[in-house]
Design a binder for this molecule. Structure first.
Ligand SMILES: *Cc1c(COP(=O)(O)O)cnc(C)c1O
Length: 405
C-alpha cells in the first residue's frame, strides 16, 4: 500500500473536525442554579429564604448513593479530600501504610501523605492496568492499615480478590472511584463494595460539578465519622457548637449540588454513547497490527469509560517511540495523550516518604514503568461522545501513523 504523507510532514490530517466540548449542559443546569440563588441557601449550612425550596445537597447525595447501591453518601469539596477523609475515618493514622497502585493520579497517594500516612506501591496487572491483587499480600507489613484499589479509566479493579486479601489481614478497603461513576463489578455498583468509595466531580470527570467529591459507604458508624471529619468535628445529632473530634470544613455548596443533579440526568445517555463508541473503537483497533487494546475483566459488568486506553505492542516499541507516536497522531487531528508517570518515580512522593520514614524505599513496579514509558496512550471521555465517523477517523489516524514507521 502506498504510504500517505503524515500531517507532521505536511500531509493532509485525517480529521479536521474537533471533538465534543466538555461539559455538556443546558437549561436544566441554568434552572437549578437559579433555584439555588433565589433560595438564599447557597452553602451546605445556612438558612433558606424561600420556604418552598428543598435543599439540593441531600437530594444529590441520596441519588448518588442510590446510583451506586450504597447506603450513605457524604459530599465534599473534591475527590482528593474524599480519599483523605475516608482513610482517616477508616482509622488510618500518621505513620500507617496504605497500599496503592503506582499507575494513578497523584491524589491517590497524596491523600495519604497529606496526614502523614505512607503510600506503598504495588504494581498493576499487565492486561487491565489495575492493582494486581496477587501482589498485594507480599507488600503487607505490621503497619499496613488499608488498600486503595483505583478503578482506573472507569474499570473496576478486582474487588473480589482485594476484599478477600483485606479480610485475611484485617485491612480497610477504600475504592478510588474518581473515574468510575456508574461502573459495576460482578453486577454490583462500585463505591460501597469496599469499606468506602470515593468519587470526584472535578471538571474532567464523567459526572462533574466544576469541583466536588463524594464519599460512599454502607457502614453507618463509618459514615458518621466521615461526616463529622468534613463538618469541623460536629455530630449530626449534636449541638451546633459541639465538636467531638478535630475535623475540617470540607462541605460542598448547593450550587455544585444543583449542577451535579442536572448532570446526573444526562449520565445514562452519555454512558450508553461512550459504550457504543468504545465497542466500535475496540473492534477497529483490535484488528490493527502493533496495537493492543487494554482488556476488561469479564467480571466488569459495567465500565464507566472515563478514559480509553490502548497500548503499543512491546514488539513495536523498538521501532516506535511513544512520544513521537503521540505527536504524529495529534497532528492527524486526534487528541491522544501520554498519561500518568508512575507515582513510585514521582520526586515529591519519594521525598515526602523519605521524610516520614527516614528510609529510601524503592518499589518494584516494572509493569507500570514500561507501560507508562513506552506503551500506553489515552483518549479522554469526551472523545467517546463523538459520532461513529469520529471513531473511524481515530482508527484511520492510528493506522496511518503506525504504517509510517
Ligand atoms: C480526579 C482523580 C482524583 C482526585 O479528584 P479531585 O476531585 O481532582 O481532587 C483522585 N483519584 C483519581 C484516580 C482521579 O482521577
Amino acid at each position: 500500500m502506498e504510504k500517505l504523507t503524515l500531517a507532521v510532514e505536511g500531509g493532509v490530517p485525517v480529521r479536521k473536525e474537533g471533538f465534543p466540548a466538555w461539559p455538556i449542559f443546558g437549561q436544566l443546569e441554568e434552572q437549578l442554579i437559579l433555584d439555588v440563588i433565589r433560595s438564599g441557601k447557597w452553602g451546605g449550612t445556612g438558612t433558606v429564604h424561600s420556604p418552598e425550596y428543598t435543599a439540593k445537597l441531600p437530594e444529590m447525595e441520596r441519588r448518588f448513593a442510590d446510583l451506586h447501591d450504597a447506603a450513605h453518601a457524604i459530599s465534599v469539596v473534591n475527590g482528593t479530600v474524599a480519599i483523605t477523609v475516608a482513610l482517616q475515618a477508616a482509622g488510618v493514622k500518621p505513620g500507617d501504610e496504605v497500599i496503592v497502585p503506582p499507575y494513578t493520579f497523584i491524589a491517590t497517594a497524596a491523600a495519604a501523605l497529606a496526614f502523614g500516612a505512607i503510600p506503598v506501591f504495588v504494581d498493576i496487572e499487565e492486561d487491565t492496568l489495575l492493582l494486581d491483587p496477587d501482589q498485594v499480600a507480599s507488600a503487607i507489613t505490621s503497619r499496613t492499615k488499608a488498600i486503595i484499589p483505583v478503578h482506573l479509566a472507569g474499570a473496576p479493579a478486582n474487588m473480589t480478590r482485594i476484599n478477600e486479601v483485606a479480610a485475611v489481614h484485617k485491612l480497610r478497603v477504600i475504592e478510588d472511584a474518581a473515574q468510575a461513576v456508574g461502573a459495576s463489578w460482578e453486577g454490583r455498583r462500585v463505591g460501597a463494595i469496599g469499606d468506602f468509595g470515593t468519587f470526584s466531580l472535578q471538571s474532567s470527570k464523567n459526572l462533574n460539578s466544576g469541583e466536588g467529591g463524594i464519599i460512599l459507604t454502607n457502614n453507618p458508624e463509618l459514615a458518621e465519622i466521615a461526616w463529622s471529619l468534613c463538618n469541623v468535628g460536629r455530630s449530626r445529632s449534636g449541638a451546633w457548637y459541639q465538636h467531638d473530634r478535630i475535623g475540617q470544613n470540607y462541605r460542598m455548596t448547593e450550587l455544585q449540588a444543583a449542577i451535579a443533579l442536572a448532570q446526573m440526568s444526562r449520565l445514562e445517555e452519555q454512558m450508553l454513547l461512550r459504550e457504543s463508541n468504545t465497542k466500535l473503537l475496540t473492534e477497529l483497533l483490535g484488528q490493527m497490527d502493533g496495537i493492543t487494546v487494554v482488556k476488561s475483566d469479564p467480571r466488569v459488568t459495567r465500565h464507566a469509560n472515563h478514559l480509553y486506553m490502548f497500548k503499543l505492542d512491546t514488539a513495536v516499541t523498538e521501532l516506535i517511540d511513544k512520544t513521537d507516536f503521540i505527536r504524529k497522531v495529534n497532528a492527524e487531528g486526534i487528541p491522544i495523550s501520554f498519561g500518568y508517570v508512575p507515582l513510585n518515580r514521582n520526586e515529591a512522593i519519594v521525598n515526602a516518604t523519605r521524610a516520614l520514614t527516614g528510609e529510601d524505599r524503592s518499589y518494584n513496579c516494572p509493569v507500570s514503568e514500561r507501560l507508562s514509558d513506552k506503551e500506553v496512550v489515552w483518549l479522554s471521555q469526551n472523545v467517546l461522545l463523538a459520532d461513529e465517523q469520529a471513531m473511524h477517523d481515530i482508527a484511520a489516524a492510528i493506522r496511518k501513523v503506525i504504517e509510517s514507521y
